[in-house]
Design a protein around this ligand. Sequence first.
Ligand code: CP
Length: 339
Amino acid sequence: MKGSHLVSLDEWSAEQILHLLRLAEWMRTHRDDASQLAAGSVMATLFYQPSTRTRLSFETAMLRLGGHVAEYEGRSLDTDDLVFRETIHDLIRSLSQIDDIIVIRHPREGSALVAARASDVPVINAGDGGHLHPTQTLADLATLLRLKGGKLRNLTIGLCGNLAASRTAHSLVTTLCRLGHNLHFVLVSTRQNRMPDWVLARLDRTPGFSYEEVDSLRPVISSLDVLYMTSFYPTQVEPTGQARQASNSTANGKRLSRDYRVTPELLRAAKPDLAILHPLPRGLEIDRAVDDDPRAAYFTQISLGVDVRMALIATLLGKLPQQFDESVVFAEQGSDVDE
Ligand code: CP
């Protein structure tokens, strides 16, 4: 995988993804051994959309590997200045002559693919519009494997929020179609914010998978093993002035609050081992009182996100640790994920 890009996890085999997740676990438990793996390498970061977790997680991962970070300061996409309207192709082609690996977040779907095709060094998609967010998915998978005993099988997984616009939900579901077994998805959204047809088509084509679409969490909460929340509420404003998530009017705020919000009261009906995930940032869809519930896993996702990005950077740079013995790592987790 040295020299590869990560635009979509679809480009990687199930075995390659599992290998990376095993390496992430090693990174977590061998910080000292990992601390010089990327010494001398430089990672360029280009974030055309706001990011806190993903950007800092990548930067921290590179620093923990002993490498360096060059932050492209970014330019407004709607500027009239021709110099700043350089194409992604030219910009990435140029940066790939300077840096060893490139991380890009961009509001346009397909932008990471354009960047990868232009680049002479590995490009990592840190979120392209409403399309995909593969490194968030790696963090999500690491969290699920940890909380579900290393198993991605026989689970009922709820996804709730603006499923039309949620790149994290799209990436997670399509990747689970290749790594999971016998999964049932409960897709909770308004009619306007349904999961896109291209994701539903993937579910339809996956043997042993099924799904239902509902318009409220309340009737289904007791059936869920996993609840993956995404935001209905606009929490970030893009440089272009558009909200990342489709906004809602105050008129239907009460409905959103009743049907799409996780509260301690809602969780009284949930399973004791429910895992509640959210890529963050959150709006109002998870009451802060839920944070102290042991079922809340959204801060664990952030922590594991550094490990998976360390594993990813080391893999794409070809800087793998000689001490890594993946058979031992996964055996300890007791995984029965089919490979
Ligand atoms: N989960 C996620 O992508 O968060 P940021 O927007 O803060 O990077």
